[in-house]
Design a protein around this ligand. Structure first.
Ligand code: A2P
Length: 359
């Protein structure tokens, strides 16, 4: 049996530490693991399967002899290092947005478009966290009744902005409880001119603004959904509209999803519930009589996508609302990334086509 040398780029981060855990739990036969981060973390000791592993500063040479790269160190690091890794024969699964819209790069959620991995040329992109949990929930609906339109409002946890953002949220809450003025250096966007507290607040800005007034996070949800579900980032087969809001939750994104189907005769609320009950990667939590519905606090630590509050829009027959929650650091990031790597191993796709290797 082939065994693999695996490198985790960004191993000390909020997603990186979970990549280590997910890799430990995965079916991938790991020969050796390399934990890479910036110079700041070089020398730090982390564990893989109970063994100490010293974190190394990432350099192009770090990827010599690596078979699989799992990357979550920000877009700039992915752009810098992943082509170097592919040049050396490694296959990379990238959790950043650096390559997601490259037509040569498959954007994959295994429950939805697993087959897209067959076309990879060395890099496979992991979608945005908020997109992943939505398309997992929408896939069984699309298969049965077709999708005409999706309108989503997100309630996104602070951890999506990384480890330092989690610390900032905790610090703001402590400042507030101490009666001090809350300070902010990271939210809503580290590189932005202004910063606002997230604790005891809501921020309707995730990522930078586009010219049309939407945010880049909203743009990502629209175009990534189309690329994953329809195979084309600009497909007009389904209309998608997103409003993305950061909420003072540490882990677990919530989404209010409205969808209109092509063939309303195929669905009833009971049928939607049945589809969710049987859907890949989905756990149905929908029992209003007993106040059962998905909550971030219960989703934390699980790789499932939780769906509840399913109801037909009484004003628009054939349209439905549902509430979708998942751990943004797991199914939204580390778990989906490792799942893609498992599929690459399962289908013997851990190899870079000759025309790309050494380019
Ligand atoms: P470091 O811990 O050395 O800063 P998060 O998403 O939680 O903010 O984590 C980001 C991860 O990406 C961390 O592991 C961080 O390492 C790593 N990282 C950031 N910039 C680089 C870089 N230029 N090269 C390699 N790793 C990087």
């Amino acid at each position: 049996m082939r065994e693999y040398n695996v490198a985790i780029l960004g191993a000390t981060g909020a997603v990186g530490t979970r990549l280590i855990e997910q890799l430990e739990k995965s079916s991938i036969p790991v020969k050796a693991v390399k934990l890479l981060a910036s110079k700041r973390s070089a020398g730090k000791v982390l564990q893989f399967n109970g063994q100490d592993v010293v974190v190394e500063e990432a350099t192009p040479e770090s990827f010599d002899d690596v078979d699989i790269v799992l990357a979550s160190a920000g877009g700039a690091a992915s752009k810098k290092f992943l082509p170097e890794a592919v040049k050396r024969g490694a296959v990379a699964v990238d959790n950043t947005s650096a390559f997601r819209m490259d037509p040569e790069v498959p954007l994959v959620v295994p429950e939805v478009n697993e087959k897209a991995i067959y076309d990879h040329k060395g890099i496979i992109a992991n979608p945005n966290c908020s997109t992943i949990q939505m398309v997992v929930a929408l896939k069984p609906i699309e298969d049965v009744a077709g999708l005409k339109q999706v309108i989503v409002s997100t309630y996104q946890a602070g951890s999506g902005a990384g480890q330092t953002a989690i610390a900032e949220l905790d610090h703001q809450a402590q400042q507030h409880l101490n009666g001090e003025k809350m300070t902010a250096d990271i939210f809503p966007v580290k590189s932005a001119k202004k910063h606002y507290p997230l604790a005891y607040n809501l921020l309707p800005q995730i990522d930078v603004f586009e010219e049309d007034g939407s945010t880049h996070e909203e743009w990502k949800m629209v175009h990534e959904t189309k690329k994953i579900m329809e195979g084309d980032m600009n497909s007009d087969a389904v209309k998608v509209n997103a409003t993305c809001v950061r909420v003072p939750v540490v882990i677990g994104h919530g989404e209010s999803v409205f969808f209109e189907v092509e063939d309303s005769s195929k669905l009833t609320p009971a049928k939607v519930k049945e589809l969710m009950q049987n859907g890949a990667g989905i756990t149905l939590q929908d029992d209003p009589d007993n106040q059962i519905y998905p909550q971030p606090i219960n989703a934390e630590g699980s790789t499932q996508t939780f769906v509840g509050r399913i109801r037909e829009d009484q004003e628009n027959p054939g349209s439905y609302n549902m509430w979708v929650v998942s751990d943004n650091l797991l199914k939204g990031a580390a778990a989906n990334t490792v799942q893609i790597a498992e599929k690459l191993v399962e289908h013997d796709l851990v190899r870079v086509p000759a025309e790309y290797y050494g380019k």
